[in-house]
Every structure is written in C-alpha cells, then in structure tokens.
Design a protein around this ligand. Structure first.
Ligand code: HEM
Length: 386
C-alpha cells in the first residue's frame, strides 16, 4: 500500500471522492484555500440554511476572508499564554482522575474512561469558564454530541455508518448545551471574568467583535475538534510507548523527552487520519484532474508516512531531527488548539510514568479501537500497573 502511495499520491474513487495520500500534495491543498474550500457543510448536510448558521462562528468550516477575520479575533482571546496558565490545573485534574481510578481498582485501569476521555472535556470546560458544579451536566452533553458523531460508538455492531452520516451528526449540536453556552456568554458580556468566554465576547480587531451566536458556535467547535482528538492522542502515545519499551524507559529517565514523543506519535499514529476540502474550481493535483464540486480527503496518516519526506517512515523515532508531520494540519487552518493538546500530552504522559513504575497493555484484555475511519484512537485501553 505504501509503495502505491508514492506512485499514486492522489487517486479518485468510483464515487468521485479525491483521495490525497502524499505529503507534498496535502501541503499543496492546505496551502490553496482559494481552490480548496473548508466550507464542505452543504455537501454533508444538503441544507444551506443549516450550513450558513453553522458557519457563523466556526473556523474550521469557513474560508477567507471570513476565516481570516474570525481567526484574528479568536486568536486575540485564545492565546498561548492563556493555555500555558492551565498547566497547574491540568496537573491537578490528571492526578484527581488517576487517584479515583486507583481507589476503584488495584493493579490497573482502563485509560480511556478513567483519564483520556474526561481530561480534555474538563480542561475545555474550565478554559471556557464553566462552573465546576456544572461539570457533570456539561460532560453529559458532550457525551451526547460525540455519541451522535459515532466517536465513542465502540459498541456499534454494524460498523457500517457512512462517513456522510457521521459527519452530519457531528456537525449537529446539543440544543441544551447551546442554550447553556448562550446564557454564559451573555453573563460574561455583563460581568467579565478570567475565562475564555469573557475574552471571546470582548475580543476586538479593527472594531469587529464576535456576536454571542459566533462565540457559542466557536465554543461548540472547541469541543467537537478538541476533545476526541486529544483523547486519541493520549491513548496513541501510550500505545507507541508500550510497543517500544526502550522509548518508555528513556522517557521515564528524562521527562524532557515528552515533546519529541508527542510529535512522533502525531506522525506515527495521527489522531486525525483524514481532513476534508471541497474543490471550488477545476484544478490538477499530482497530474490528476480534480473538478469543481469534488470532495477531497487528505489522508494525514498516509502523508505522515510519506517516504519522500520521512526517513524510515514506519519506524517510531522520537529523535527525528526534523518532523514536519501534518497531524495538526498546515496553513491557515493549522490547529488552534495545538499548544493545549501538546501541553496535555506532556503533562499526562509524565504523570502516568511518575505514578506507575510499571505500565503496560494487558494481553488478556487488548485495546479496542474507534469504529470510524478518520479518527485513529482507542475506545478502550486497559493498562496493567503491576
Ligand atoms: C484544526 C488536529 C486538538 C482546536 C485542526 C486541524 C487538525 C487538527 C488536523 C486542521 C483541520 C483542517 O485544516 O481541516 C488536532 C489534533 C488534536 C487537536 C490531532 C489533538 C491531538 C485541538 C484542541 C483544540 C483544537 C485541544 C482546542 C481546544 C482546533 C480548532 C481548529 C483546529 C479551533 C480550526 C482552526 C481553523 O480552522 O483555523 N486540528 N487538533 N484542536 N483545531 Fe485541532
């Protein structure tokens, strides 16, 4: 398959979907928002009104010039400094979650339920400024949202959900949660606090501000794109370390290796395997003709193993001197939450190795994987600590 990828970095299937496997070709599409649009919602939803409403505060579904302006305003609120300030809380929450898991059962725990699923939701909730007392409520809505997207559908017996249905469901939101976020946005307009919702409602660039609708849209988007992905990354790191015990030992001895392990995991087992674009003009990509209206899937997992870019692409090597992986995308839509995902990964993996002198997968109880093709991660990851 990988040889074929080098020979045919772009392919069109019988349904007209354009599949992009090569690194250079993926970078080309990411770098050309004029010809390859992010506004793919109408393709999936088939309902332009819904799609229009969704676009109002969504970065991911918008194109320039709307995207440029929106990202500028949001970046003024959601800053790397704000993310860095979350570190002490991420440490506390990680210990809190693992402490609860240890109290429940000695000798091991199930990492997805006990740590990697709840951690990113709690962190995003705290970032937004959701009161601690509403954490349970918030988690319930997020569960509903992700279940609708099929993200946590580990028990899905058919495994035959169509990508279109999955994506359309993922784009729908939980009305109670939207109403709740609206209330909080309105409250922060009146009484700002030290949280992201307050920063978002007050952020201004050249006199332009976000409406409450746009703030709620964006808060919702953070949960859609920032939760399942982080859950997947944390689990994938453990899988990579488990499969490479010498790397686990090196990290135990030197916690400063965590960023290298994180980046290599993003390359080797990219959580987002596929990212989408819509061709807005007739173009050509690696000699393949792409027509206006065709949908493209950029297979990041494949691009990240492109031997034209990565030496020994199938080897997990956290010491790569350069690692231009596309796990967080590239170009104008480059993941806005990358600093947060990297921080959570570094903190969580180092705490795990600190707390447990032994940490390994359970041969009698192997990991289970998410049943959807474009998110690579575990839905169950039982670990032994003794
Ligand atoms: C965009 C991956 C975590 C917020 C993206 C894109 C990728 C990605 C590939 C680009 C998609 C495209 O161009 O179509 C990931 C991975 C994560 C992660 C692998 C975890 C390991 C997060 C977190 C947040 C976040 C924690 C926020 C809390 C966003 C936003 C965008 C984005 C807002 C859209 C940016 C834009 O369109 O301008 N992410 N992400 N992500 N991500 Fe992440």
């Amino acid at each position: 398959m990988w040889d074929e990828q080098a020979e045919h970095p772009v392919k069109i299937d019988e349904n007209g979907m354009v599949h992009v496997y090569g690194h250079a070709e993926t970078v080309e599409v990411y770098g050309d928002p004029r010809n390859y649009s992010n506004n793919i919602a109408p393709q999936f939803l088939g309902d332009t009104e819904d799609a229009g409403e969704f676009n109002s505060g969504s970065l991911l579904q918008s194109d320039p010039p709307h995207h440029t302006k929106l990202r500028k305003i949001i970046s003024r609120a959601f800053t790397p400094r704000m993310v860095a300030g979350l570190e002490p809380r991420i440490v506390e929450i990680t210990h809190e979650l693992l402490g609860a898991a240890d109290a429940e059962e000695a000798g091991g725990f199930e990492m997805v339920d006990d740590l990697t699923y709840p951690l990113p939701v709690i962190v995003i909730a705290e970032l937004l400024g959701i009161p601690h007392s509403d954490r349970g409520l918030f988690k319930k809505w997020v569960d509903q949202m992700l279940a609708a997207a099929g993200v946590m559908a580990a028990d899905d017996s058919t495994g035959e959900q169509s990508e279109d249905a999955d994506t359309a469901a993922a784009l729908r939101r939980v009305p109670e949660m939207l109403a709740y976020l609206h209330e909080h946005a309105a409250d922060r307009r009146r009484k700002p606090r030290a949280d992201l919702l307050s920063e978002l409602v007050h952020a201004e660039v050249d006199g332009a501000r976000l409406s409450d609708d746009a703030v709620v849209d964006f808060a919702n988007e953070l949960l859609v794109v920032g939760h399942g992905t982080t859950t997947a990354l944390l689990g994938n790191m453990l899988l990579c370390l488990d499969a490479h015990p010498q790397e686990m030992e090196r990290l135990r001895k030197d916690p400063a290796r965590a960023p290298g392990v994180t980046e290599e995991t993003l390359r080797f087992l990219s959580p987002i395997a596929g990212s989408y674009r819509l061709a807005t003009a007739d173009t050509e990509l690696a000699g393949v003709r792409v027509s206006q209206g065709q949908l493209l899937t950029l297979w990041l997992g494949a691009a990240n193993r492109d031997e034209r870019v990565f030496e020994q692409p199938h080897v997990f090597d956290p010491d790569r001197t350069t690692n231009p992986h596309l796990g967080f995308g590239r170009g104008i839509h480059f993941c806005l939450g990358a600093p947060l995902a990297r921080l959570e990964a570094r903190v969580a993996v180092n705490i795990l190795l600190d707390r447990y002198p032994t940490l390994r997968t359970d041969p009698d109880n192997p990991p289970e994987f998410l049943p959807i093709p474009d998110l690579i991660g575990t839905s169950k990851l039982p670990l032994l600590t003794g």
